[in-house]
Design a protein around this ligand. Sequence first.
Ligand SMILES: *[C@@H]1O[C@H](CO)[C@@H](O)[C@H](O)[C@H]1NC(C)=O
Length: 561
Amino acid sequence: MKWVSVISTICTLSVIFGSTTAETKSKSCNEVRLAYSSKGFNLNDVPNQGVNGAHLKVCPQGYTCCTVEMEEKLSQQSRSDLKAPVSQLSSNLQSTFTQRHRHFDQFFRELLDNAESSLHKMFTRTYGLMFMRHAELFKNLFQDLRRYYASGSAAVNLEAMLADFWNSLMERMFRLMNVQYEFSDAYMECVVGHSEQLKPFGDVPRKLRLQLTRAFVAARTFTRGLAVMQDVVGKVSTVSASPGCVRAAMKMLYCPYCSGQVALKPCQNYCLNVLRGCLANQADLDSEWNNFLDAMLSLAERLEGPFNFESVVDPIDVKISDAIMNMQENSMQVSQKVFQGCGQPKLAAGFRSRRSIKEGGGFTGRFRPYSPEARPTTAAGTSLDRLVTDVKKKLKHAKKFWSTLPETVCAGERVAPGDECWNGTAKSRYESVVMGNGLANQVSNPDVEVDITKPDMVIRRQIAALKEMTVWLKAAHSGNDISMDNEEDGGSGEESGSGCNSPSCDDDRDIYFSTPAPHNPRVVKVARPDAGSENSALVARSSTALALAGLVLALLLPHWR
Ligand SMILES: *[C@@H]1O[C@H](CO)[C@@H](O)[C@H](O)[C@H]1NC(C)=O
């Protein structure tokens, strides 16, 4: 008896309770008004009570708190709601690499500036007035190196530029070593013509050319790669959502409003399908993006190791000084051979004047090792190693950025876990299959209408840009600059291209393996006479005391070739 009444009470209560909630849901739109106006829209757009939704274009029909006007406004809102997290993630990525690009670029430029000022100091001390008189030769060298760094072989033919530099240096030194003679232009041409055969600077020019070429190619290509990244991300982020995507986003984000369930979040798989449909073109970037990142990572390893810009550019003063000492040690033989080949020159008319004796005497004296001041460090107080370690981390982290965007967006507060979620028509489990990434996988996307025959052209162009950059990166990894492919093809020099100008050429034949490389540039090696002059440069790099040691060694071992 008692229990029947209990049951009937429960039934009555539940009927009353149930009907009241149903009534609030369908009739009152208060919560919707609040939520809608909190988005910045006019409260008066929202009907006081639920209306029949037969007019709606996107949301489920039946009782609704939405008008067509509201649907339109909420569509605009959902366009920006969808864009916000994607833009946020993209701009984080972009600023990461904009920053890294700036760091690397500044670092390389500062290294060049520092190398120049350190050469200037060293040569001013060692050669004094005589250096000042020829300073513009070195100034031009660094100007050309800077131009080559900035614009590559389109602006400067590095090999020809260096050959000119050495010829010019030889000509000047030859004149200084033979101040008592007068030389015509034709005679000097003959002198320069003998440089190949005489090798007055020893092996320094050849080694420096190889080291500079691959270090510069690696540095400028890597920096360029970083610039391409920020460019690609920037361009991709301008791609706007298709109408089909905005419609799907509206349904996912705001149709719960229309049905009076303002707090209801979409199911995760539902969100994934909408985002994969909306970001189908972006996801197609992924495979080229990852290839590109792999190529960047490989080149980063070269930057740390054998193609280390810092270890080549920093001791450039010591290397040139080595070369000058080589010529000085050989001055007698060089002059004699030139006289044999080009004829005995005429004695200069004013040879006996004090001035020219002084000038000549100043030069023929042995070069004194200078005592350098501390080598200037870069403003960032940084070294290439640290920069590379940092950028490698960021590059690895950027992998699969585009294909994982939907997962990244459809997480946390933006979706409801489990089955208590908005599935597009009701608060219920989402039954549809989750689509794969990319345009081709959206043929039967249940939530977004995607025209898979019309790939986004902006994104296609970025895919092409990444592809091209990857080819350059791979070539730079082998020590080759192919950004000016057509011009450089069939270039001279058995080592410069290592007989390999095409991007497809295999790695086994690259410069790295075909010539001795400064391995472990951080490790100070003791120069051995048989190991070549490269070692003295290594000893000297980035340290004052060691720079001095390089010079001393060079003096102690005058004939190490
Ligand atoms: C959403 O839930 C409703 C009610 O349970 C169901 O009929 C519909 O198929 C669901 N939609 C999807 C896409 O799972």
